[in-house]
Each structure stands twice: as structure tokens, then as C-alpha cells.
Write a protein that binds this ligand. Structure first.
Ligand SMILES: NC(=O)c1ccc[n+]([C@@H]2O[C@H](COP(=O)([O-])OP(=O)(O)OC[C@H]3O[C@@H](n4cnc5c(N)ncnc54)[C@H](OP(=O)(O)O)[C@@H]3O)[C@@H](O)[C@H]2O)c1
Length: 362
């Protein structure tokens, strides 16, 4: 039995191919191992960022590929088709981090009623969240369209939730408006939705001209401005910048425009893939990466067991209905679909109102 894997050249993401990988015979799987058929997964610009940061943040280590290629991690669902773990049955459905492939073998550990983790040695250099699988068989919140929303948005909305919490905790660093770049991205509009619920803070979305109408239609941005018009924003108000685009030019333009009124400058994403080291001496707050695990650790301690999950669950419940209105799920199965959506996402050609759910299997 073989797995079909979609892999990309680490130093040239335009270069990609499918390869076959031999799987262990289910009858000779090692103790505790699970053979999983990857059923469906989401694909967004966030997955391209995993590839761009594959070496520095060790994403390439998760699902090894040969010859300087890498397998991009994706969030989605898999079904256990063979199990050597006494606590996990064949047919169980798992939600978590998978390769772009038809199959995955994991070493199940820390199995509980709600989940398990992969203890494979080569996966231990990343944050624990990337090795955790939720057991979601029969859970309506992870089935059908709701399941697709979870795969597409749950990991992104966690970031939105944490940034919203961090800004609020710090009284927005004195800002009255929060500016988001790549405002059409799912991570950005999740954050805009949360910020919009807060009083006394306005939310400004920066986007490309072609995506402005979509961003306006979301209803959670108070102002929407195209990238080439950012200097038309009044410069006399204190602002916080949350950067999903990662464009050095845009960051510099905003810092120079708002000067010392730039109270916070947090980096989150790289959708535009045109980043260079920070220009030294930019006016305003020093740009710095927002590091989600730090905020998670802090809140886990302060809010106690289940505190983050409870608050995140409530925030998700308020956000999910918006998705029915603004996001169309587009499903693609098989090699051609995977390759096309990969290329379109890499080259910024996916309309923002589409959420792609893929499967390497036909
Ligand atoms: N640090 C973290 O922990 C963390 C967590 C979650 C997400 N993120 C990051 O947030 C970013 C957004 O991710 P997402 O999955 O939410 O994105 P998404 O929904 O797929 O966003 C797509 C949008 O990104 C911009 N874009 C995408 N590809 C582009 C390209 N090749 N050229 C120019 N613009 C492009 C366009 O927005 P505009 O026209 O509006 O610019 C496009 O509408 C990613 O970089 C992701 O890694 C980081």
C-alpha cells in the first residue's frame, strides 16, 4: 500500500510534484501506531506561510520529504484505517495537522477521551499544538460544513482571538484605531470581527483594490482603504498596526505616516511575501512578531484549566454565523485540484470569499 504525497521544492515554491511513499503493512504496524487516511483539509495563505517559514520554524520537520522538498502541513480530518493502540479503534475520525498526502502513520500517545498526540521523534521540535489530534467522531461541531469551517478557520481564529485579547489587555497601547493589512484574509477578518465588538476602537482594513468590495461587505471594518491610498488616512490619531501582509514597504509607509502615533506594530503574517529586515529608526513603536504561544502560556496560567477553551468557544460561537454569509466552501479532490489550488494560493489568485477544502485522494 502506498501514500500519494504532494511536495514542493523548499527553495522554489513554484516547483512541485506528486510522489508515492511506501506505507507499512497494516498487519505489521508497530505497537501504538495508527495508519490514517487523510480525508479532507483546508488550504489558505497560512499554509504558504508555513512553507515560507518551513526552515526557520521547523515546519518541514513534521512530514519529511526527500531531496530538499517539503510537505506543507495542513489542518484537516483523517480516519483511522488501522490501529495498534488499544484505546483507538479503526474508523475513528481525528482533527489536526496532516501532510498534503493520502495517508499518515502516527505514534499515538497521551490518549484521552478528547484527543491524543503524535509522539514521533521527528515531530517534537515544534509547539505541542502541532502534534495534537482531537477525537471528533460523531461531534456535530466538526461534521459537514461546520467541520470545513473548523479546518479553514479554527487555527487562524485562535490567532485572531489571542491578538484581540493581547491588545485589550494592554489598553490598545493607547491607540484608538487598529489597522489590519491583508484585511481580506481570514485571520484578519476574524480579528476585525472581535475588535468590532469592542467599544471605542475603530477598525481599519487595508487591502488590494480588487478585494476592497469584499472587505467592505463583511461589515466588521469601520474603514477600508486600498494599499496605494494609505497616506490618505488622517495621521493625527493614535493607531495600532497588526500586519498580516508582511510587506516591508507598507510597514515603513505606515510608520512614517503616523510617526509617534504608531503605538503598536505587531507582525503576524507574510501574505505578500515581500519582507525584508525592519528599516532601522522607523518612527513609532518598534515592529515585533506577535508570538501566540507566549499569550497562550500567560492566559493558561491566569485563566486556569479550560479557561482559554471556554473563552475561545464563546468567541467562535459568535464568529461562525458570519461565515455562512461571507465564505463559500469550494471542494476539490484529486491531484489536479490540489495542484491548481496550491498554485492559485501561492500566486494570490484565490478570491477572498472562497474557502478551499482539498483531498489528495480522488
Ligand atoms: N503568526 C501566527 O501564528 C499566524 C496565525 C494565523 C495566520 N497567520 C498569518 O496570517 C496570514 C493570513 O493567513 P490566512 O490563511 O488568513 O490568509 P487567506 O485567508 O488565505 O488570505 C488571502 C489574502 O491574502 C492576500 N494574499 C494572499 N496571497 C497573496 C499573494 N501571493 N500576493 C498578494 N497578496 C496575497 C490577499 O489579501 P489582500 O488583498 O487583502 O492583501 C488575499 O485575499 C498568513 O500569512 C498567515 O500565516 C499567522
Amino acid at each position: 500500500m502506498k501514500s500519494t504525497d504532494f511536495i514542493v521544492a523548499r527553495d522554489d515554491l513554484q516547483h512541485r510534484k506528486f510522489v508515492e511513499r511506501q506505507l507499512p503493512d497494516p498487519a505489521t504496524l508497530p505497537d501504538e501506531a495508527l495508519l490514517i487516511k487523510v480525508d479532507r483539509f483546508a488550504f489558505t495563505a497560512n499554509n504558504i506561510t508555513y512553507a515560507v517559514a518551513g526552515d526557520t520554524l521547523k515546519y518541514w520537520e513534521l512530514f519529511p520529504a526527500p531531496d530538499h522538498f517539503g510537505n506543507i502541513p495542513v489542518w484537516g480530518f483523517g480516519d483511522v484505517i488501522a490501529s495498534r493502540h488499544p484505546g483507538i479503534s479503526e474508523g475513528e475520525r481525528l482533527f489536526g495537522y496532516f501532510p498534503m498526502a493520502t495517508h499518515l502513520v502516527i505514534e499515538a500517545a497521551d490518549v484521552s477521551k478528547r484527543g491524543l498526540r503524535d509522539a514521533a521523534a521527528h515531530r517534537q521540535n515544534v509547539a505541542p499544538v502541532y502534534n495534537a489530534y482531537a477525537r471528533v467522531s460523531g461531534d456535530a461541531a466538526f461534521a459537514d460544513r461546520q467541520g470545513d469551517y473548523q479546518a479553514l478557520l479554527r487555527p487562524l481564529f485562535m490567532l485572531s482571538f489571542l491578538v484581540d485579547d493581547y491588545l485589550e489587555e494592554n489598553a490598545f497601547f493607547g491607540a484608538r484605531s487598529v489597522i489590519l493589512s491583508s484585511a481580506s484574509s481570514k485571520t484578519a477578518f476574524g480579528l476585525a470581527h472581535l475588535l468590532h465588538l469592542r467599544k471605542d476602537i475603530s477598525v481599519i482594513g487595508l487591502t488590494s483594490a480588487g478585494n476592497a468590495a469584499f472587505v467592505r461587505s463583511l461589515g466588521c471594518y469601520d474603514e477600508v482603504v486600498a494599499y496605494d491610498e494609505v497616506t490618505s488616512l488622517p495621521a493625527d490619531r493614535p493607531v495600532a498596526y497588526v500586519d498580516m501582509a508582511g510587506s516591508s514597504d507598507l510597514r515603513e509607509k505606515l510608520h512614517r505616516h503616523f510617526g509617534e502615533g504608531m503605538k503598536y506594530s505587531g507582525r503576524v503574517g507574510l501574505t505578500h511575501r515581500s519582507s525584508s529586515p525592519n528599516e532601522p529608526g522607523l518612527p513609532g513603536a518598534k515592529p515585533a512578531w506577535f508570538f501566540a504561544p507566549d499569550q497562550i502560556r500567560k492566559r493558561a496560567k491566569e485563566w486556569g484549566p479550560g479557561g482559554i477553551d471556554r473563552r475561545f468557544g464563546a468567541a467562535w460561537a459568535g464568529f461562525a454565523p458570519m461565515l455562512d454569509r461571507c465564505l463559500g466552501i469550494v471542494e476539490g479532490r484529486g491531484r489536479a485540484a490540489v495542484e491548481q489550488i496550491y498554485r492559485d494560493t501561492l500566486n494570490g489568485r484565490v478570491p477572498p470569499d472562497q474557502g478551499h477544502i482539498l483531498s489528495v485522494s480522488e
